[in-house]
Design a protein around this ligand. Structure first.
Ligand code: MN
Length: 300
């Protein structure tokens, strides 16, 4: 107890338990631009992943130079949640019915709150399309509480330069959202969320501080790590218990991880394609609102 006598706070880390490892359960193309592995979706156990809804990992892959129209996915709607696009390699251009448009490249993040309804398109940038090259990105869907599902849509363009880095022995974390070691990420969120882009050196052994009461998941994007004696390889996600305040990770080689934690939203989840609401009736309304042209279209 000598440490206490000196008046220093004693931090007690209780490890979160590794509950399971989520593996890709399907490959598909989103439009003709995004070859995606789906690591989780709202079609599974939504309580286990709340407040997150869907995790698509596009690439890693390589695109040939293309003189034709850029590959991607044309105008489509979303309602009831947020889409978070994190580009690792390549460039993605976006335009939406709020009049926002832009291109994000390696290290940049686009945090789009669809909420009451948005229509957007997502394509390879013209420059990347022409040059071709390596391509890798994540799209994560984040749920909104019922009270915010029909709020005004909005858009946060977060460049790599906006994202602070917390260095620690064996690696570093770029904080997109949430807080680590007193440093706060730039994304504003509706419910408490951490989203960290973490890099670990080979053989690093770290304990990440993760909040008590949050669902927590760590996706291995490149490399592989060992958690609780289990190997978590590329495109796999370790899912942890809500109780506990830390996760111990050993990097078996240079690795990049996406760390996601969030306070669960304890409400029903009913999803249908690009709409995620709380009831079937709200899904029917979303479909009829969209068909009736009540979602604004991107500016020409
Ligand atoms: Mn979309």
């Amino acid at each position: 107890m000598a440490g206490l006598a000196k008046g220093r706070p004693v931090k007690v880390t209780v490890m979160k338990k590794l509950v399971d490892i989520l593996r890709p359960h399907g490959n598909h193309w989103v439009g003709d631009g995004f070859p995606v592995r789906s690591l989780f979706s709202y079609q599974g156990d939504t309580d286990a992943i709340s407040p997150f809804l869907l995790f698509d990992y596009a690439g890693p892959g390589n695109f040939e130079p293309n003189d034709g129209p850029p590959r991607g996915v044309g105008q489509h709607p979303h309602r009831g949640f947020e889409t978070v696009t994190i580009v690792n390699d390549g460039e993605v251009s976006h335009a939406d019915s709020l009049g926002n448009s832009g291109t994000i490249g390696p290290g940049d993040v686009q945090w789009m709150t669809a909420a009451g309804g948005i229509i957007h398109e997502e394509f390879h940038s013209k420059g990347f399309s022409r040059s071709g090259g390596p391509f890798r990105m994540v799209q994560l869907w984040v749920n909104l509480p019922a009270k915010d599902k029909m709020s005004a849509p909005k858009y946060q363009a977060i460049t790599s330069a906006d994202i602070p880095t917390v260095a620690f022995e064996g690696g570093e974390a770029r904080l997109i959202a949430g807080e680590l070691d007193g440093v706060t990420g730039p994304a504003s969120t509706f419910t408490p969320i951490n989203l960290w882009d973490v890099r670990l050196d080979a053989d690093a052994e770290v304990t990440l501080d993760l909040p008590e009461g949050h669902n927590a998941m760590i996706a291995a994007l490149t490399g592989h790590v060992t958690i609780d004696g289990q190997r978590v390889g590329e495109a796999e996600i370790a899912r942890f218990s809500t109780d506990g305040t830390g996760a111990a990770v050993r990097a078996d080689g240079d690795s990049t991880l996406l760390v996601m934690t969030g306070e669960p939203i304890d409400e029903p989840v009913v999803g249908h394609g690009p709409f995620v609401m709380n009831s079937e009736a709200e899904i029917r309304t979303a479909i009829s609102d969209f068909n009736a042209g009540k979602f604004a279209r991107p500016a020409a």
